[in-house]
Design a protein around this ligand. Sequence first.
Ligand SMILES: [Zn+2]
Length: 113
Amino acid sequence: MAELKVQGSGGYVIADLTDEQAKKADLGVGKLFLAPIGKIETEKMLKHYCNNCETEFDNPPKIQLEESPNEEVADNLILIERGQFVCEKCSSIIGEYREFQKKGEVGNARPTE
Ligand SMILES: [Zn+2]
């Protein structure tokens, strides 16, 4: 685990990331990005910076959850959760995340065709 700065569209988050998360976030441009990581637990986020407030807060950002979309985005890939990390003060979006699930990973249910 390491405290890393992870960039979002409206600021950044300082978070304790696992090696696996850090690898996902690294798009090879010398910065880490929130979007590819997926959801980060609130306890793992230490600070957030809001571009709108131009302030770094010593708290995790708030998580704003959208209703579970259950959208099929690609073959056998379901979008199960979509949310945003938002500023604790002005509620601007710091970054977004999406959680996907592969069809067939739930129990032994077989696709009906
Ligand atoms: Zn703000």
